[in-house]
Design a binder for this molecule. Sequence first.
Ligand SMILES: NC(=O)C1=CN([C@@H]2O[C@H](COP(=O)(O)OP(=O)(O)OC[C@H]3O[C@@H](n4cnc5c(N)ncnc54)[C@H](O)[C@@H]3O)[C@@H](O)[C@H]2O)C=CC1
Ligand SMILES: O=C(O)C(=O)Cc1ccc(O)cc1
Length: 312
Amino acid sequence: MSAAPHFNKIALIGFGLIGGSIARAAREQGLAGEIVTTARSARTRARVAELGIVDRVVETNVEAVKDADLVILCIPVGACGPVAQEIAAHLKPGAIVSDVGSVKGAIVRDMAPHLPEGVHFVPAHPVAGTEHSGPDSGFAELFINRWCILTPPAGVDPGAIERLRAFWTALGARVEIMTPDHHDLVLAITSHLPHLIAYTIVGTADELAQVTSSEVIKFSAGGFRDFTRIAASDPTMWRDVFLANKDAVLEMLGTFNEDLSKLTRAIRRNDGEALFEHFTRTRAIRRGIVEIGQDSAAPDFGRPHAHLGKKA
Ligand SMILES: NC(=O)C1=CN([C@@H]2O[C@H](COP(=O)(O)OP(=O)(O)OC[C@H]3O[C@@H](n4cnc5c(N)ncnc54)[C@H](O)[C@@H]3O)[C@@H](O)[C@H]2O)C=CC1
Ligand SMILES: O=C(O)C(=O)Cc1ccc(O)cc1
């Protein structure tokens, strides 16, 4: 494993769940001489300054990236293209420019054309998070034992990729490299579709509750309760994810709808055998995930997010 890297200046564009977690972890691990972040509103800047995690919080993205060796965009996917355009002329030659967006193809298409020769563009996606957002939601342990996927475009300096890999490794993550398109297909089924299903089912239950004046929320135990957590995720972030990963999500939705139809038919036909077989197969999949230690969103750190580490 490569040694922990050191950057003279890290610039974080956006200080929400992910930016705030990177700042906390990078500071704890001593990965930066200086960490500078942006926050758009005066209120958030005041709160970030009060938290005391970063060295400076500034108003403009241009000011933040000046002389930075590592620039990470920690903002909604749809904002990355315009911000890349805004900062392009102010980036230090040799700087590594990265992001944390949940979609990668659109990020590469939106950001790459703006970035000048001489900066190293290495997109990244830490596959770790919660339903919370904003400057208070981050925590240093978020990335421990979670994957971080890098999707460097062809021709990017291998040294820059290795430096970013070492950065994420130092934050506790396991790093894997893949193409943006492969990333988007895999994440469409493992992350994006589950969020869409949660948004759907919570909305459906709410409508039903209103129409029937029934106690859906009161009796929301077990499965439904888990869906409400996911469906509480940030609306701006998820709007951008579905618009940016439209093709892969629609492809996975097509397959999902076919499989849902098969289960619907099995119920209608009282086909207990088909239902039992299907549930047995999915139970084995879950048990396989648990065995290889991929079951929890984060270990139990005894903090407000501890529920994420709960074992089944
Ligand atoms: N929330 C999660 O669980 C995860 C999120 N991601 C990705 O991380 C990125 C950030 O998400 P979070 O930290 O959760 O969001 P957040 O809502 O907690 O923070 C986003 C920050 O970006 C700022 N921002 C929004 N538009 C901006 C713009 N045009 N210019 C400058 N700043 C802007 C907001 O003011 C806020 O401070 C997203 O791209 C998301 O897809 C990746 C992994 C997990
Ligand atoms: O809160 C949860 O369960 C998540 O799934 C968090 C999450 C959201 C978006 C990502 O791109 C990665 C992880």
